[in-house]
Design a binder for this molecule. Sequence first.
Ligand code: GAP
Length: 523
Amino acid sequence: MTDKTGTGRGVKGGNQSPPLMEKIVALCKRRGFIFQSSEIYGGINGFWDYGPVGAELKKNIRDCWWNDMVRGRDDVVGIETSIIMHPKVWEASGHVGGFTDPMVDCKSSKQRFRADEIYFSPVIVDSKIVGYVSILETERTTEDLQEKAEALKRKKAIQGKLEPVQPRDFTQATPDEVPLVPSPATGEPGSLTPARNFNMMFETHVGALREESEKTYLRPETAQGMFADFKAVLDTGRVKIPFGIAQIGKSFRNEITPRNFIFRSREFEQMEMEFFISDEDDWEKWHRYWIDWCRHWLHSIGLSASLLSEYNHPKEKLAFYSKGTTDIMFHYPFGVQELWGIAARGCYDLSQHAKFSGVPLEYFDEEKKRKYVPHVIEPAVGVDRIMLAVLCSAYDEETTTDEKGQTETRVVMRFAPRIAPIKIAVFPLLRNKPPLIEKAREVFKLLQPHFTTEWDDRGNIGKRYRYQDEQGTPWCATIDFETLGEKGPELQDTVTLRDRDTMKQERVKIADLVPLISQKLRG
Ligand code: GAP
């Protein structure tokens, strides 16, 4: 098994690309998981395309969530709302006024940064400021800044006692300090602009003529669709508090610094669920319930529990209406980062939409004969972020020895079978023997209606196994001369079934393949 820590996990973040991440990005391109969008035109930053196996993997993640979150429960319904909504939605939600990130430009390099990702400190020797150092946030920001301070003291050949650095992010720089802080791009002071707020919503116009049209936005989250449709769903009469409304769909954010592959993109997909509870309910109980549900679900799609942790947002950093937010964190190769946020949002969203639309968004409790605005617990996650976590968790390298005693490194994506893009690959032993091809086609046609099945007749069997290991195919079935009955009747109509993880091969009757694989998939 790979020592994942040794191949890049836990190394500092920032702009450094750890080896494990580079290997995963290369594999994604090589095997058709993920491509840079519009690559033939030089690409476009923050946008990604999903190739043949990537699209399958992503669809499986979505389907698993939808099955477990919506179809498998009797207290959650699923909807699909439009990407472009009435512009007032975004005023009510607070996005027009406050969905901003602090932005800084470097006038020399023309690079743009998020101000809260630049950390700086004065360099103080014998109680005197002798300069400033800066760095893009890393997993060990303080230590890295201290090293930079020591280097500056050495460079300036200043004698005396260097004091410990006092890191602050650039949003906290005073107007006097702004010109003194070095740009992370050039290392020189004087080129950074003061931080200014940048609204991350993509604007667009509805209607044929731009002048006459109304300005609106591509949605930055799917959640507001659930709030805006709350009354419509309630009026269908299918739901009773406590209940949830869920959806999966694209969201768009004009991120200042999209980075870390698909971790932070400008176009991404969210899976969100708004769970409405009574204003008298124990919100903490429901909050914990949904955190545990999300962790359990991540485990069910194969994410190792050892790579997950929880982060509770400090009370003083929460929005005024928020009762509590917990993030499920994943140990990505570039650091421990937010994967899934579970927020207790009180009755803020429904109250805001009632205020801005003039339509009361209340619930009538038949038993207690009482009207109230429901409170909400919101588990919100990005499909792309889960996909990256799945890719990182599944990546493995194994040293194997062949019959000739030669060792080689086997790269294998150990996806949980339920989300593996291809469930089974079918190989005719040789591509130039028509009876083998004919029989293999029969097997392929038998499996295809039940599982995502791939046909592969290129190269030797060993190479085909390596290829399938890299795309994480749990099983491969080879049709050989035994299958044709050429080595005796007892093996006729059997195939060799090879297991990705154990590499063990067993002889299985063709007629048993569908029930056997179905059983293995049920786990
Ligand atoms: N409705 C609440 C909401 O949208 P958020 O924390 O801004 O909350 C929820 O986003 C989840 O969406 C995040 O935990 C993350 O998984 C995903 N996400 C957010 N911004 C993203 C981006 N730029 N690229 C990829 N995924 C993103």
